[in-house]
Design a binder for this molecule. Structure first.
Ligand code: FAQ
Length: 332
């Protein structure tokens, strides 16, 4: 699917210029008819930049998101849980790779995107700047963080940009397993000893509000939503997704016998939704702007992993160069 990246997008600086109005109209028609925009199609520069921003941030989130859970692989309480967690963390790495590939079809290289992350210029999801302190955090991350990620990502399967939409279909299938494995951990803890139930409740208390914030600023403060919704990238607004997530999650918490740490949470029969309390936006922006509990630690871990892997990249490049020389020689 991503071999399309080797074609030049139509508005690449090296592409021949064709009739501007025709290109605009073709793009507008594709959006209006809900057809996919593909890498070879002409697209406005703003559309391309927006996609690179969102897809690369998404890829970085998947890769940084491996850290809180990766930290628990050696401490999983059984071989079965260890194997499941290992597979989950590996899946998140895979999601990062599909997404970097999808972003590369827009004419930006993975090296550029990774450099921007390491330089602190590119964002990744606020949620991964919170610490995973106990085994119950593995259940809560799967249940709530993956649950929120799915809620946000299902509409992205209908995104107007083909490579992103197609990557999201596979990612969402895997995320739904992740959510269920998290809920399964929570069920075991909630049905366990008093200490296990208390551990589960403590994890929910710490993760609930950061997860609610994960959907992004409220619609009135979301700078990109209006345009990205016009372009069919985003299909549902930040606040609407947040509400859908809360409505879906409260009954799941009830089934576990766990309390959601929001005294204002209550069913509103007129709205047909749960009302919920005030979000601490100051905390959200502090974390987004680099000053959350684990921002420095997360970035340092990614930079160190990248540096430690430089010999692998060098060896792979040298191997590819030699293979190409051998192929040329045998063809001559
Ligand atoms: N954290 O105008 P908006 C996962 C920024 S994957 C940090 O509303 P937009 C899987 C936003 O970038 C989780 N920054 O922006 C997993 C913008 O700043 P900019 C990641 C945030 O793009 C599970 C500014 O605020 N998912 O969890 C956040 O229309 C378990 C203004 O905001 C995606 O990336 C935030 N939470 O809407 C992995 C999904 N929210 O760029 C491991 C794709 C907002 O101008 C373990 N992305 N900002 O500098 C999206 O759907 C959108 O980009 C939003 C933000 C909804 C995140």
């Amino acid at each position: 699917m991503y071999t399309q990246a080797i074609d030049l997008p139509q508005n690449h600086p090296d592409s021949p210029v064709t009739h501007a109005t025709g290109r605009d109209l073709a793009f507008e028609a594709a959006i209006a008819d809900d057809r996919k925009v593909e890498p070879q199609d002409w697209m406005p520069e703003g559309y391309r930049k927006t996609l690179v921003r969102q897809i690369s941030q998404h890829a970085h989130s998947e890769v940084v998101g491996m850290l809180p859970e990766g930290n628990w692989v050696t401490r999983a309480p059984s071989l079965k849980r260890k194997a499941i967690l290992l597979a989950k963390v590996q899946d998140e790495g895979g999601h990062g790779l599909y997404l970097y590939s999808a972003a590369e079809t827009l004419g930006t290289s993975r090296a550029e995107m990774v450099d921007a992350l390491h330089a602190g210029k590119a964002k990744y999801s606020s949620i991964f700047n919170y610490p995973a302190l106990t085994w119950a955090d593995m259940g809560t991350i799967g249940w709530l963080v993956d649950g929120a990620a799915i809620m946000n990502q299902i509409p992205l399967c209908r995104c107007s940009y083909g490579p992103y939409a197609r990557a999201m279909i596979r990612i969402c299938k895997e995320e739904s397993f992740h959510q269920r494995q998290g809920y399964d951990i929570m069920l075991s803890l909630a049905r366990g000893t008093d200490a296990q139930k208390a551990m589960a409740q403590d994890a929910v208390n710490r993760w609930w509000w950061p997860v609610v914030m994960m959907f992004g600023p409220s619609d009135k403060d979301s700078v990109h939503s209006a345009q990205t919704m016009k372009w069919g990238i985003k299909r549902i607004s930040n606040d609407d997704l947040r509400q859908k997530f809360i409505d879906a999650t409260v009954p799941q918490a009830d089934l576990l016998g766990l309390t959601i740490p929001d005294p204002d949470l209550q069913w509103n029969p007129e709205r047909g939704h749960y009302d919920y309390g005030e979000i601490d936006w100051a905390e959200f922006w502090q974390v987004v702007n680099g000053d959350g509990p684990c921002n420095r630690e997360r970035l340092a871990a990614r930079v160190a992993a990248h540096d430690r892997g430089s010999w692998v990249r060098e060896a792979a490049t040298a191997h590819a160069r030699k293979a190409a020389i051998r192929e040329r020689r045998s063809a001559a």
